[in-house]
Design a protein around this ligand. Structure first.
Ligand code: UDX
Length: 438
């Protein structure tokens, strides 16, 4: 079986490499020649555990190809996945120009029946737009070749994307054509552990499923952050409350960790986009509007705690910051709360010394530039700093030597943005500990 995957970002590259790994002949296409050249040389555009190994292995074995020529790649392909970016436009809605340009090109170059499946997170009704774009391109060349569109949203978590792809919780396929459904069944057979886990539905429902899933997860986080902020006002411990509610299987113990707010390439964008879509259809998604508002405010909570400890004017102060990426095991800085915290501290006159195991290059290049000084390791960041801020809960930050940190810091104060430290223990070691609702 031969397929094409268009777009070599997180979703496209991971999907392409994993399909190749189960024996499918995959061509990954991208318009960025440099990116394609690098991939051919085993250089990954992103850091993702296990990705390099699986890409290199399948490239060498000849099952995974890289190309900038979409027209050529789709010849003989039974499925073409669209996995290009859908960046939010000014008004928060997803910008579909790249998705539709790919659809147009497929229509221009296809020479046989093909299933065109969107993997990018796209607004409900995009399936129809993709269909129209392909039909129009076919019409222009006077062709009436048959084709099908499908929606196959991705539920990959950054940092665990390869594992998520190879061992999915579920696969959602929106399709309205029998022939296409059979092709998708064959394609996903190697991943299917039980029949229940491949869910077929109509295209708009599949598109909606992706947004509803991410919106629900974002809701859990904002709900918990809101409750945590109340906990600290009434003298309750958000960690205990989390455990107390998480044991109810209807609530579940995952995704209810208070913190510095959610970030990344999905939640902020998707929550905005679904609110926007709803408005277009005359419906107000009130819960999700509040979810977004709570999350925006949450990014300011840690810096506010710093100011309430040291005073509003932080000039002359330096803070050690552990973690820059929006979550551990990724170098992704997109919508990372760290950027907001850094701006807040700097605006109050402070300096920041940051350390992150993977995201410092990304931060230097795109996000924080020269706003902070970068440290060679976690302890180096603490040298002569007034306090330590934990922003991203990388494993290597979990059990540090408090004795060493106590000697390096000017004052023994820890702002724990992810509630990973034991307040009582830190107190016994002479530290002030500030958590989120704890
Ligand atoms: C998410 C979805 O999990 C995935 O299914 C979808 O396909 C894309 O979006 P990802 O963006 O990689 O994946 O991040 P995820 O691990 O879900 O975390 C999102 C954010 O929520 C992070 O900023 C994280 O720190 C925050 N978070 C998560 C919390 O603050 N508390 C929690 O309890 C869980």
């Amino acid at each position: 079986m031969k397929i094409t995957v268009v777009g070599t970002g997180y979703v496209g590259l991971v999907s392409g490499a994993c399909f190749a790994d189960v024996g499918i002949d995959v061509t990954c296409v991208d318009i960025d020649q440099k990116k394609i050249d690098k991939l051919k040389n085993g250089i990954m555009p992103i850091y993702e555990p296990g990705l390099e190994e699986i890409v290199v292995r399948n490239f060498k074995s000849g099952r995974l190809h890289f190309s900038t020529n979409l027209g050529e790649a789709i010849q003989g392909s039974e499925v073409a996945f669209i996995a290009v970016g859908t960046p939010p436009g000014e008004d928060g809605s997803a910008d579909l120009q790249y998705v539709l340009a790919v659809a147009d090109e497929i229509g221009t170059h296809m020479s046989d029946y093909i299933v065109v499946a969107t993997k990018s997170t796209v607004p409900v009704t995009t399936g129809e737009k993709v269909r129209d774009a392909i039909s129009n391109a076919l019409k222009k060349r006077g062709s009436d070749l048959p084709f099908a569109v499908a929606s196959n949203p991705e539920f990959l978590k950054e940092g665990a994307a390869v594992e998520d792809f190879l061992k999915p919780d579920r696969i959602v396929i929106g399709v309205d054509d029998e022939r296409a459904e059979k092709i998708m069944q064959r394609l996903y057979k190697p991943f299917q552990l039980s029949g229940e886990r491949i869910i077929y539905m109509d295209i708009p429902s599949a598109e909606m499923t992706k947004y509803a899933a991410n919106a629900m997860l974002a809701t859990k986080i904002s709900f918990m952050n809101d409750i945590a902020n109340l906990c600290e006002r009434v003298g309750a411990n958000a960690n205990m409350v989390r455990k107390g509610i998480g044991t109810d299987p209807r609530i579940g113990n995952k995704f209810i960790f208070p913190g510095v707010g959610y970030g990344g390439s999905c939640f902020p964008k998707d929550v905005k986009a679904i609110v926007k879509t709803a408005a277009e259809y005359g419906h107000e998604l009130r819960v999700l509007k509040a979810v977004e508002e709570v999350n925006e405010d949450q990014k300011y909570v840690l810096a506010a705690k710093v100011k309430s400890h040291f005073g509003e004017d932080l000039s002359g102060k330096t803070f050690a910051m552990w973690g820059l990426s929006f979550k551990p095991n990724t170098d992704d800085m997109r919508e990372s709360p760290a950027a907001v915290i850094i701006d807040e501290l700097r605006a109050a006159g402070a300096k920041v010394k940051a350390y992150d195991p993977k995201a410092m290059e990304e931060a230097k290049e795109h996000y924080i530039f020269d706003k902070v000084t970068y440290s060679s390791d976690a302890y180096d960041a603490c040298v002569d700093a007034d306090a330590l801020l934990l922003v991203t809960e990388w494993s290597e930050f979990r059990i540090p030597s408090w004795e060493a940190i106590g000697k390096l810091l000017k004052s023994k104060v820890v702002f724990d943005g992810r509630n990973i430290y034991d307040k009582k223990y830190l107190k016994s070691q002479g530290f002030d500990h500030y958590g989120i609702g704890y």
